[in-house]
Design a binder for this molecule. Sequence first.
Ligand code: AMP
Length: 403
Amino acid sequence: MPSAARTTIDAIEVSGKTVLVRVDFNVPISDGEISDDSRIRAAIPTIQSILDRGGSCVLMSHLGRPSGNGFESAFSLAPAAVRLSELLDRPVNLPSDDCLDDASRAAVASIGSGEVILLENLRFHAAEKKGDVDFAARLAIYGDVYCQDAFGAAHRADASMVAVPQAMEGRPRTAGRLLEAELKYLSGAIDSPERPFVAVLGGAKISDKLATIRHLAGRVDTLVVGGAMAFTLLRAMGHDTGRSLVEASMIEEARAIIDAVDATPTTLLLPVDFVCAAAPAAGVETTVSGPDIESGLMGLDIGPASINSFSAAVRAARTVVWNGPMGLFEIPPFDQGTLAITNAMIEATIAGATSVVGGGDTAAAVNDLGLGAGFTHVSTGGGASLRMLEGGPMPGVDTLDLA
Ligand code: AMP
């Protein structure tokens, strides 16, 4: 498990130097419009810190999943360059449609202090995802300093995350401010929490969160599990779950994980009731029942008694981490459980607790409600934050010189 960065970009002399910054500009774009620019905004403190101190920035990122056979306009970072330029209030040069061609190399070679270049989508080269060392060596030429600020991709071993900093051995390889904050809150919360320490897990599949449950068992005081993933656990305990989402192949594993948690001091808090309906749709008739659900119904959100017990556990926490919605939050009224956890976490934060929201769906839900500022930290990385909650490897962090 990586710990909080002790040496970050702010500790590196960047005046007159070119900093090759791996950012995560993997933003949602449709018809050339960015619908959520929070990942671009999240990179601004690092970029500004470099520019303010007389450095220049060569930014590199991936966007989506192009085929890897060259430029595809649907995956161009051009809209991100425009948005970044607006946010920085200075020009951002996207020199070419290929991060390694003559135009890109010439632009980087003549970059001046205070200037910003954004290279085109790294994944236009299949070599990026393959972690290719020759591709990485060509990118590595671009920087005097390597700065990693792409937390959302830090659990991956793509070339720009691992092979590029490896190729830059001997030059400073450091974390940007976003990565520093993510590591501080995600690993800080888990490694040295103020207690009570409560984790709230939800979402569709227990199979995605088994490693997280295993890692948190014995570390947290209370493990709250909602969302559809709770049904596989309830089925393993012998409850009827009606037509709710259950991962049938995981029931045995679920029983084993309940026993594993029981063997630790961690209390497992499961829903006792659900908002149920015959179909997952808006405007359907709903009933509250549980913990058993009759055969024709699906549990689509946690019910009022569960909201009470979950909210009380969250409000009592001094450290609380959350990953995964409590129900089918995209369709009201099945958003109430997720909303209740949001509010309880904000109350806990006001009372002095450290609150951390994992990225992905949960962060999007909180940000869509306009409530992100109510938490201590809302992560920008879905898979990466889950990897940290699992205590798994973070290849994009391990190659940095953070000692
Ligand atoms: P995940 O990607 O595993 O975090 O799962 C998120 C998805 O789980 C969201 O789209 C939710 O709508 C869905 N979800 C959570 N709880 C339920 C539920 N009780 N029934 C159906 N879908 C659910």
